[in-house]
Design a protein around this ligand. Sequence first.
Ligand SMILES: [Zn+2]
Length: 252
Amino acid sequence: MIFFDSHAHLCDEAFDEDREEVIQKCFDSDVKFITEIGYSEETSKKAVELANKYETIFAVVGAHPDECNKDINLSYIRELAQNKKVVAIGEIGLDYHYDNLNKENQKKYFVEQIKIANELNLPISIHSRDADMDMLEILKQNKINAGFIMHCFSSSVEVAKEIIKLDGYISISGTVTFKNAKNVVEVVKIVPEDRLLIETDCPYLAPQAYRGKRNDPSYVIETAKKVAELREKTLEEIAEITMGNTMRIYKI
Ligand SMILES: [Zn+2]
């Protein structure tokens, strides 16, 4: 049984003391593949460096919506994407959760990064928070040629259905294991088998069994167990399904 954590932030300072040990712990468990996600120029560079050190770690580069409330230069994305371990552009998108945000800038840079991804024929890892309507509108108006993943999906079943219609993939994080999980539990049940991914989004969002602790890619198995239970499948089946889907969207 092999698992793929489709969305991790191992370059986060939470792992500064023991990054190599954590990665070894994952490889010693059944989590053999990881995608390291950048969200700024600095973290995108680090993601590429990490991916170059480990054969089964891949990198995603881009500017997160939190970065896009100010004016920024996206030229680093094209440069870093020349590296063959870069498998997608991300995490990019819209985040309307906090005050003092610049929605127009967020939308502008999101669309610009979709264009870069299309130029490079790379898929996109999307972050969307409290922005369902604008997100769906942009996705309907801007076709993403190489496909896209809605990372850490937290919207409604209705939004999930729209995403699936647009050929998107839905990635489920440890939030599905939370005692108060509602939407995501229903979403897991309706995602077509060839659209389902799992992730940790570590160091954030540790699954219920480790809640409040630092998350790491080995805990993606907790999410897989919950998904297996909800879909009435075996853990082996979920491992195989999500592994195949992750390899397909990232073209690994
Ligand atoms: Zn993330």
